[in-house]
Structure formats: structure tokens, C-alpha cells
Design a protein around this ligand. Sequence first.
Ligand code: NIG
Ligand code: FE
Length: 390
Amino acid sequence: MPATLLTRIAELVTNEGDLGFFTAIEDAALIIEDGRVAWTGAAAQAPAADAVVDVAGRAVLPGFVDSHAHLVFGGERSAEFAARMAGRSYAAGGILTTVQATRTASDAELRGNLRRLADELRSQGTTTFECKSGYGLTLHDEERSVALAAEVTSEVTYLGAHVVPPEYAADVAGYVDLVRGPILSACAPYARWIDVFCETGAFGPDEAKAILTAGQAAGLSARMHANQLGAGPGVQVAAQVGAASVDHCTYLTRSDVDAITSTGMVATLLPGAEFSTRHPYPDARRLIDSGATVALATDCNPGSSFTSSMPFCIALAVREMRMTTEEAIWSATAGGARALRRPDVGRLSAGARADLVLLDAPSHAYLAYRPGVPLVAAVWKDGVLVHGAP
Ligand code: NIG
Ligand code: FE
């Protein structure tokens, strides 16, 4: 396999050594071989390679790892968003609008929408993303949702417990039995993860625990939506079942923060949701200063956060959540990798997957310094250029 040298990198973000914090090399070079990073170091010391790409003083980062996205759905909810901006509040029930549209969509429509969103993610620098079901809520519609998700990513999450569908409104226990029984059995072959929306208006702590442990018994690993719209038991349940990540974390008590730090579970923050629902942003400083591992993700979905842009979330995290630019970049790359238990991504050191982003900028800070500007010049996935041009 020919080796490719990327050289004259002004700033190479490496996140070396799984230290839990941002590391970078200035005036750097990197060698790609067999889809992996073979070498990183000072440009002046770079070994020879078969091909050379001169990036002319720009920054190279690990591809973003978006560990939380809902990309399989029909329809859209721009009117709901507009009404919210005019003063209406957000509630879990809006999900049912999308459930209706998803059930009536054809496979081809769902696939087309999913692929368009996957392309959007990639063109904005995301090289690994998670994708949930959760807008089908019948055996057939959940199974086709995870099957479609598996066409575009290996990080598929079964979220049959997103909300209780209207036909089970009078029999919540019956729906929970379906989610942890036949629908789980149908979906497990396509999925790596199981998730529950634990919140008022969705599922309670006992239901969440029963569903997550059933998923674990079927070979899936747990992650959870919790404490998004108010304080509640979700974070504690996630800690009890050994979830890889607890997501949203907008309303946390001291003991929630303690549960996160003592278990080492990742706290995944989704500032696109607070942007779009006008909730307060999660307190990232409190989490980080307490020693929590924080990831940033888009939560891309048609209701609460219809952005596919990790750069937008990074800018929000820096400006609105007081994360440093280095913390935000780490959380959007290595943090997401930890949330997905993927040691092969989120970093650029020898042995890592050659998933890279080249910015049209000299440093990572530009992602927050120039918000809304398309700075992603090129994206490589497994060493192959998949977007843009160097
Ligand atoms: O992560 N919180 C639950 N699920 C999504 C919202 C989905 C929707 O509104 O359609 C979320 O915010
Ligand atoms: Fe979500």
C-alpha cells in the first residue's frame, strides 16, 4: 500500500495517548498507510513517502465523532420550530408528529433522507457517527429503521423506547414489554447500542432500567437520554446499568455529577438542542471541573436540534458553555470516541484510523472564531479522500 505524506500542517491535533485532553503538534506532518496513521511528528523530520500532499499552513484535526444523532425519519417540523421561536415551549410529545410521518414514508424515502443527512455530516467533517431508530415504534418500523441505519454506520442504536406510541397510550406496560421483547429481538442483529428517553412524558426510571438491561442481555450496550427537560432519575439509572454515555445532562444535581464522575460514564452534551428549544445550556464547566469526561454531539433530529454540524456545536460549546477551544475540539473528537467506546477514532497518532479533517484555517480555534463559515476543506475516511480537495 503506498504511503501518503501530508506536510506543512500548521497545527496537527493529535489527542495523543488517550490522556483525556487536547494535544497538538505545530509545523507538523502525518503519514497515512493502509487506511491508518503510520507516523506523526515535526514536518522537518518527516520520513519519505510515495505521495506528498502540501497543505500549505493549514490545520488538520481528527474527523469529528458525532455520538448522538437521529437520522432515520420522515417529514420535518419547521412549523413547530417557528412556533417555539414565537414563544411555545418544547415537549416530548412533538416526537409523535415525526413517528406518524416515518410510518407512512417508503423505505426509499427514508433511505434518501438518511443518505442526504449522512452526506451533510461528512461534508462538515464528521467521519464517525451514531444513528438511532425511535421514530417507528412498531416492530416493522423499528426494524427497518435500524436496518437502514446499519447501511450508513456501524454505530447503530435501537431506541424503541423514545416515546410511547398513541396506540399504547392506555397500556404503557404492554409497550414496554414489546420494546424489551419482540422488537428488541428483531432489532438487536442490526444494532450495537440500546437507548431510552428517560424523561417526564417519555419513560420512567423503572421502565428505563428494565429496557436497558433487556438490551444488555441481548448483547447490546447501553446509552441514555436523560435530564434534558428537567431534573430527574435518568442519570442515576444510566450509572446503575453501566451506560457508556448519558446524553443531554441539561439539568443535573450534585449527586448526578458525582454519579457521572464516579462511574467514568461519558456526559454527552448536545447544545444544538438547547439552541433550538431555548432551554439553558448544560453546565459544561461544572462537569469538566468536577473531572467528568464530556463529549459533544449534534443530536441531529427534526424536532429538537436539526443541525448536522459539529462545527456549529463546537462554536456553541465555546461561546455559550464556556468550554475552551481545546476542550470543545477534544470533546467533539476523542470525547465522542469514548462515548462510543471506539479507541480507533478521535485521535491522530500512529495506529489510529486515518480519519482526518483539513481546515481552511491555520488553527482549530477558527471553528469557534469564525462561526457559520464552511471551513472544512477536505475530509479523509480510512485514508481515502471522501470530501473536498486538499
Ligand atoms: O434527543 N430527547 C429525545 N429525543 C430527541 C428529540 C426528538 C424530537 O423532538 O423529535 C432529542 O432531543
Ligand atoms: Fe437525542
